[in-house]
Ligand binder design. Sequence first.
Ligand SMILES: Nc1ncnc2c1ncn2[C@@H]1O[C@H](COP(=O)(O)OP(=O)(O)OP(=O)(O)O)[C@@H](O)[C@H]1O
Length: 270
Amino acid sequence: MTLHHEHGSAPRQSPGDVVISVRDLVVGFGEKLVMNGLNLDVYRGEVLGFVGGSGQGKSVLTRAILGLVPTRAGSIRIFGHERDKLPSKERKALEQRWGVLFQNGALFSGLTVKQNIQMPMRETRDLSQKLMDELAMLKIELVGLKPDAADKFPSELSGGMVKRAALARALALDPELVFLDEPTSGLDPIGAAEFDELIGTLQETLGLTVFMVTHDLDSLYSICDRIAALADGKVIAEGPLETLLRSDHPWLRAYFHGVRGGRLAAATAD
Ligand SMILES: Nc1ncnc2c1ncn2[C@@H]1O[C@H](COP(=O)(O)OP(=O)(O)OP(=O)(O)O)[C@@H](O)[C@H]1O
């Protein structure tokens, strides 16, 4: 396993380079508060790994950033814009600057891989079928699928291929930012490592900013530039892996210094 992903250039971290900025965010359902004054910055060109115990709100935060769950207080700025304050045309344009890989791929089962990838193009662009076919084949190649995957339906694909096809769809509109929700869940360790490598390569070659919710310690060690950890409705620690390894927060200690995490932590110290 490659420890620590070496980027061609380290992400710059000046305020102008903040792609996602969340401030004092409050999100709740009924009487239950899931986010309670959460702050988080994601910098241009980095892979940010977002971790937290089950049910702590990783998916809720992702969906709040995407505008899919209502917020009660605070602000979320993406590319410097507060989406909720934009007129609808500009909001739609903003939303086309990111791609999302939902957990389990979430491909349309009745459409082929090629048609799935073309869906966002069809919805937002006025392109000829020929051009969309060419673009879809480029995306298929980009994510490491063979050309013959194009005409397959999701049910005909392996788990790893579904993830790649879903990633190709997330990249359909050439986004600058991608959200990945547990991208390696359900993959075997080799498939997961290959998928991590693909994300790392795409991040480097396309200059993507990646917001990745993950439980996968290997992903954190191999491709994340920084990690943010969520507990009790707040980000309790944020920074490079070494910073999180030094934290004495009980959940982080259990997570990184438990049986599996401890093995990897020892490996990074070599
Ligand atoms: N639509 C909703 N209505 C009510 N409660 C919700 C809703 N969506 C999420 N929740 C609650 O918000 C909390 C956070 O859920 P979330 O799915 O974000 O956790 P998570 O950190 O992603 O967990 P996991 O790692 O298990 O996927 C949970 O207690 C969940 O029950």
